[in-house]
Design a protein around this ligand. Sequence first.
Ligand code: PEP
Ligand code: MG
Length: 540
Amino acid sequence: MVKLSGKAVYKGVIIGPVAVLKKDEAQVKRTKITDADAEIVRLTQAGEQAQAQLQKLYDKAVREVGEASAAIFEVHQMMLEDDDYLDAIHNMIQTEMVNAEYAVAVTGDNFSEMFANMDDDYMKARAADVKDISNRLVRNLMGQEDVDLASMEPSIIVADDLSPSETVQMDKSKILAFVTVHGSTNSHTAILARMMNIPALIGVPMDLDEIHTGMKAVVDGFKGEVIFEPSEEICAEVEEKIREEKEKLKLLQTLKGKENVTPSGQKINIYANIGSVSDVGYVLENDAGGIGLFRSEFLYLGRDDFPTEEEQFQAYRQVVQTMAGKKVIIRTLDIGADKQVDYFNLGKEDNPALGYRAIRICLKQPDIFKTQLRALLRAAMYGNLSIMYPMIISVEEVKRIYEIVDEVKAELDEAQIPYKVPEQGIMIETPAAVMVSEELAQIVDFFSIGTNDLTQYTLALDRQNAKLDDFYDPHHPAVLRMIRLVTDNAHKYGKWSGICGELGADLELTEEFLRMGLDELSVAPSMVLRVRKAVREANV
Ligand code: PEP
Ligand code: MG
């Protein structure tokens, strides 16, 4: 029995078999061949097989996470046809009379190193891709199966870290929990776990060579513990805990279709936060009244180049159409700080949380912003869409945003493309925005308070720094008074005010939020019914 601790990014408890995901590379031997043509035929067949595998991955990703995130598989398909790459492999087979596996592996390494040494960040990022496609070719040549995450039995996924392109390949119904060595609270894995309502631990100091697929384990997201090969006694305890949790969940299900209303008749909207198109399923499953925060930057993450206007339009349209008239608030991209993307070339900053991020990038690089705005205005024709701008600090910024929106409108008019200018609100995430919220309330349609950042900036505590956990008090009166002030100012001008940061799901504060008169709480889909329960029992 081995017990390890980590940081729980989502509560819940589970017992089950482990599936260890290792990024292992196939062992390739150099062998002499006599028939170069036959070797090239084998290579061509392996290439065709790879194209088919990538097509399958692409189709699955489009269905589950939208075209934007699926694009990486298309890039791999194109790289597989690259003349320079193929010529180098053919040449090595013919001149050195070596096996195709060896020629692919060596060429892959050479190209990868060449890309890694380039100055251009975009080209640098290709190094991992060329390695990826070379490994795929080698696996096919050796007759090894593509690691089929879809066909495994429901398991606790144990890994060093998980990239979006890895999680995309998993059949979500087969994932019992995530346990990773690395990752942060805001990592893709953490967000996915909250979305799926499964326990997840990050920062677990595991030696992946000691853990084997099929091993039994317990993940306790309440205690922040994982136990490999647990004793009978622990298993019995955990089974009991799981039964209790299931009972609680069953009771929660009875709240579906019920109103978010207190015994005294006060109503509040409970919406859900999402990061990708496929998360809409969780929103509907948990009966959220709408989407209060679609973190659109996830369309930009885990890929090598900007998503096009068309890709974004398709994603936004799909979400608003699926939500069928319910409100969908899409936040414009919030890249920077903890969400780094190579192709943005943001450069290293000493204080990234106080740095070039979110709306600042959009205002400085309006071309990027305009592409997203065009997609949003076009998608607004298809349902109840609202736009929300992050990290605002001043009235001037909002005015500048409106000028850019006007430019986008003129461009769309000129091109005779149908669009609608939807409701536009801002996130209140900075003390500056709080202090000028009276002025801001007069020019925006709504406020959504991002308590994750607002707490970090108000208390001067880096939200990424685990050493500061003991100082991080989201119930600090400074933060709570700010929420009240902002909400009062919104109401003064007939605007609504909500919370979309993690604090919105804090059940200890639900009554207080109702007393403050908040109009909306947007929470992880798995928290919607819990918050509804708290509202229906609130003594306000
Ligand atoms: C917040 O800051 O509270 C918020 C919702 O935005 P994010 O967590 O994506 O920074
Ligand atoms: Mg934020």
